[in-house]
Design a protein around this ligand. Structure first.
Ligand code: 13P
Ligand code: 13P
Ligand code: MG
Ligand code: MG
Length: 363
């Protein structure tokens, strides 16, 4: 039987602005998921948060895009908004719930999701990454490093099981079209697209030799659903590891450089992507810097064993320090690009009003 891993998340209200998720919301989610284990809908779960985003991680046997599963998550977010977020007057209560009625699939309704279904190997380690204050395209450079860059992933060169390369499914979030590209031979074409992470987003990675799923990422762009700014998309990612996939240490190695990603402060600035342990999974300076938490699990007989807090390690201290120094430098640009995003990417702007006011003064 195949096991499905689902990660479904939403910002349904923040504690002290957009900083973190209060324990009342985490407890509500845990209780609800425990009930769903008891009824047999899901097998196991882990509830956590990335900054102000509530993260539901769970396993089941119902496959991806299952209506019952998605409805369960949607109802959880809705009920938690009504019973907890609104009552506590949390900031942005229900922020990511963009539709009123559930219509079969949670995709396109606001919450972000990454799901994958697979036949368990003899041992099946996975890593789950969850980010705050950035967009789905933030994973592009990291997925490229894990699955296509031999300077990051030694196994691409020395492990026969990885040597055939991987297939990247890239979604054009504007046109809604998907492209499939193979590494190593298509990497220049792949990079031509994914170097524009606001538009081209890696959705899946598959192993070429047998088509096995290797990674699944969320691709929700809230502003494209709502037609206006409603918060950043704060993506999630599932990656399979070991024996035919990158080793856990190769997956983590990708995060040893804090690349610049979009989505800091008001969804309108770029900043360094800081890998942090769960105890630092809250934003601070300038509502950031954008950050990522990573949890490792074993998927065993349909259940999650773990987690291990992957960035809770001294080998990532200096990466965080590097990110803090990059933050210092880029913050000095204030309202100037490229710290502030370009006009087409900004989540809100006063530009039309400013131009209108200035028009009267035009010579
Ligand atoms: P083991 O030999 O302990 O399985 O480790 C293999 C590996 O991939 C380490 O990077
Ligand atoms: P979130 O998308 O994480 O709610 O952040 C919104 C924001 O504007 C932070 O400055
Ligand atoms: Mg928020
Ligand atoms: Mg958030």
């Amino acid at each position: 039987m195949k096991t499905t891993v689902s990660v479904i998340k939403a910002d349904i209200g923040g504690l002290a602005g957009h900083v973190t998720v209060p324990k009342e919301l985490l407890e509500f989610a845990e209780k609800r998921l425990r009930e769903n284990v008891e009824t047999g809908l899901i097998n196991s779960f882990y509830v956590t948060h990335a900054g102000d985003d509530l993260e539901l991680i769970f396993t089941h046997f119902k496959g991806v895009d299952n209506e019952e599963i998605h409805k369960m998550a949607w109802d959880l977010f809705k009920d938690a908004t009504e019973k907890v977020s609104k009552k506590l007057k949390l900031y942005g209560a229900g922020q990511d719930l963009l539709r009123d009625a559930f219509s079969g699939n949670i995709r396109g309704m606001g919450p972000g999701l990454a799901e994958m279904e697979f036949e368990e190997r003899k041992s099946d380690p996975i890593a789950i990454f969850m980010a705050d204050k950035t967009e789905p395209g933030a994973w592009n450079i990291y997925l490229y490093k894990m699955f296509a860059d031999p300077f990051n992933t030694a196994g691409l060169v020395i492990d026969p099981k990885l040597h055939d390369g991987f297939t990247f499914t890239v979604l054009d979030v504007v046109e809604g079209k998907e492209y499939k590209m193979n590494s190593p031979e298509d990497i220049y074409d792949l990079l031509a697209l994914i170097g524009t992470p606001s538009r081209y987003v890696i959705k899946y990675v598959h192993r070429r030799s047998d088509g096995e799923i290797a990674a699944a990422a969320s691709t929700t762009r809230l502003s494209l659903i709502a037609g206006r700014y409603v918060g950043k998309d704060d993506p999630v990612l599932i990656v399979r590891s070991q024996s035919g996939f990158p080793a856990m240490g190769e997956i983590l190695e990708a995060f040893s450089t804090p690349y610049l990603v979009a989505g800091w402060m008001r969804g309108s600035h770029t900043g360094p992507f800081m890998p942090v342990p769960l105890r630092y999974s809250k934003v601070a300076r300038f509502d950031g810097p954008p950050r990522v938490v990573g949890l490792g699990f074993q998927v065993t007989d349909g259940k999650l064993i773990g987690p291990v807090d992957l960035f809770d390690d001294p080998s990532f201290e200096h990466v965080r320090m590097m990110a803090a120094r990059i933050a210092d430098y880029i913050r000095r640009h204030g309202p100037f690009m490229p710290h502030r995003l370009g006009p087409e990417e900004m989540e809100y702007t006063t530009l039309p009003q400013v131009l209108e006011k200035l028009r009267k003064r035009m010579e």
